[in-house]
Design a protein around this ligand. Structure first.
Ligand code: SF4
Length: 81
């Protein structure tokens, strides 16, 4: 699907119809609620990576695809934690 990959690489809005998965939808909704509640309580959730040099933070390509550099690195890895 070259069109999908191109749209994702350019950070453009991309819409795609996918089969409905009730369990996945509920799981993602539950995660969103957890993030909102943690934010409201000024709670810091665990980082997605163990090190700032990881691909998800600094950007790069993995077997899972391309990751852009995270814009929140300074805040995430700063002295606030
Ligand atoms: S720097 Fe960004 S991608 Fe890395 S753990 Fe922090 S928020 Fe997640």
């Amino acid at each position: 699907m070259p069109l999908r990959r191109d749209a994702a690489n350019l950070s453009r809005i991309h819409c795609e119809l996918v089969p409905f998965d009730a369990a996945l939808a509920q799981s993602m909704s539950d995660r969103a609620v957890q993030v909102v509640q943690a934010s409201a309580g000024q709670e810091l959730l665990p980082r997605a990576a163990a090190e700032r040099s990881s691909v998800v933070c600094r950007g790069g390509k993995t077997s899972g695809g391309w990751h852009a550099s995270c814009s929140w690195q300074d805040r995430c890895w700063g002295d606030a934690r």
